[in-house]
Design a protein around this ligand. Structure first.
Ligand code: FAD
Length: 441
């Protein structure tokens, strides 16, 4: 029986391990933390169940949705019947970007032509730019040389249009603003998520916590498939031996080693290099040039309801997206727990909790009239320094394939070359691809 060692228990490692086990391999998965789920995790603080960061997905994330199905978690997520983004701006009535029932790309035409955060004279131009974007080929290497921002400017999109429309999609999907994003990746995101099919961009939400939807069910599914799970196990060295790979690590202060015919390294992009470089040479897994982009989440509990929508986007405010997480978290009756998600948050990473509190509570009062009267019961911050790789021009060349030059050694992770930005979907796709390499070698 073929033995496969999977290193890392995020979605990439989980997907890879499930596939290898289903293909008849004897699988051992090691994970340094005591839980599965990797970058998508939850924690409990003072009686509230919180996620480290708000995770959404789109209807077109087929691999991720299939994994949810496989984990028995589909009823703990909800996908919008039709894409519908409430947009809040200080001093303005709420607006909506809502698709209609027409085929793509006409499904968004009405929303764009009526969108009040764009000047009336800019709306047709925005629709034309969207059509031009849909015609770009994300595989064209020339697109890797410029930013999405440069392309938007060349297509008549001024700063107001970028902030009110394009960054609304660029920031949460690529974790960098349009001004810094790779044009190739932006073309992929807009084509795949919004312009290829009318229903593709309908947004999916996690109704329960990430631990309840991903971490815990993944553990059950892996155990059911016979995967040996070693949690609290830190991988330190991977070496080639005559008939496969020797993985050395530490669990509870004890050194241990695992022998396998094939190995899947499913570590984050800023951790994989240490294990891979001795095998594949300098910059294997591209740890240096592949930079990171942070995400900051603010967790605010008000003593009353201040937002009627389950989520909303902000324009003309530092608040990018906010989500009502009260039900999942188990917030006391009458209170409301809003999580503010800030992508591409390099500036916020530098601010103290007090500075964030001052800046963002003021912004929330400007945005939500009822927040002006409300008391803040709790204000917490979660910061993910290396939430994703930095999706800047040239990034495609830095993302390695799942197949390495060494037989039986595969890479997985949202950062490997899947074509997608660093997302749940990319992690799952990479896991499937790595499993094919490991099982077939
Ligand atoms: C705050 C935040 C918000 C996000 N929002 C979204 C979103 O809305 N939509 C979306 O699609 N994506 C989102 N993402 C991205 C998404 O979470 C990731 O792309 C995905 O979860 C990455 O999965 P992975 O398996 O590739 O890597 P990881 O989840 O990073 O898994 C790698 C695993 O390796 C383990 N590990 C590290 N070192 C060792 C070692 N030495 N030995 C053993 N194990 C080790 C880690 O503990 C981890 O569990 C977000 C990410 C963050 C951080």
């Amino acid at each position: 029986m073929r033995r496969v060692a999977v290193i890392g228990g995020g979605l990439a490692g989980i997907s890879a391990a499930l596939d290898c086990a289903a293909a008849g391999a004897r699988v051992t998965l090691v994970e340094v933390r005591r839980r599965l789920g990797g970058a998508a995790y939850s924690f409990e603080r003072d009686g509230l169940r919180m996620d480290n960061g708000q995770h959404v997905f789109l209807r077109c994330c087929e691999a991720y949705r299939a994994l949810l199905e496989r984990l028995g978690s589909s009823d703990l997520v909800a996908v919008q019947e039709r894409l519908d983004i409430p947009v809040l701006s200080p001093g303005h009535a709420p607006a909506r970007i809502r698709r209609n029932s027409l085929h793509a790309p006409l499904h968004l035409a009405g929303a764009l032509l009526r969108y009040p955060r764009l000047r009336a004279s800019s709306r047709l131009g925005a629709a034309r730019a969207a059509l031009a974007l849909a015609r770009l080929d994300p595989q064209d290497p020339a697109l890797e040389r410029s930013t999405f921002g440069e392309w938007l400017a060349a297509h008549g999109q001024d700063e107001t249009a970028v902030a009110a429309l394009w960054d609304l999609i660029a920031l949460p999907t690529m974790n960098v603003p349009a001004a810094d994003a790779s044009l190739a990746l932006a073309a992929f995101v807009f084509r795949t998520g919004l312009l290829s099919g009318a229903a593709s961009g309908d947004i999916g939400f996690h109704v329960a916590t990430l631990q309840e939807i991903l971490g815990d069910p993944a553990r059950r599914a892996l155990e059911q498939e016979g995967v040996e799970l070693r949690l609290g196990w830190r991988a330190e060295r991977l070496e080639r031996c005559e008939d496969g790979y020797e993985l050395s690590g530490r669990a509870g202060g004890e050194s241990e080693s695992i022998h396998a015919d094939a190995a899947i390294v499913a570590l984050p992009h800023d951790r994989a290099g240490a294990l891979l470089e001795p095998l594949l040479g300098a910059n294997a897994g591209r740890p240096g040039p592949l930079q990171s982009s942070p995400i900051v989440n603010l967790h605010i509990v008000y003593d009353r309801a201040v937002l009627d929508e389950p989520f909303a986007a902000g324009v003309g405010t530092p608040v990018q997206y906010l989500f009502d997480r009260g039900e999942a978290a188990g917030v006391p009756a009458g209170c409301q727990y809003l999580a503010v998600s800030l992508s591409g948050a390099s500036a916020e990473m530098e601010l103290s909790v007090e500075e964030l509190r001052e800046r963002y509570l003021a912004a929330m009062r400007e945005l939500l009239p009822r927040a002006r009267e409300a008391n803040v019961e709790r204000f917490q911050v979660t910061r993910e320094h290396a939430a994703t790789f930095r999706a800047a021009p040239g990034v495609a060349a830095l993302r390695p394939a799942q197949r390495t030059p060494l037989p039986g050694l595969a890479l997985a992770g949202a950062w490997t070359d899947t074509g997608w930005p660093a997302t749940l979907e990319s992690a799952v796709l990479s896991g499937h691809a790595a499993a094919r390499v490991a099982v077939a070698a």
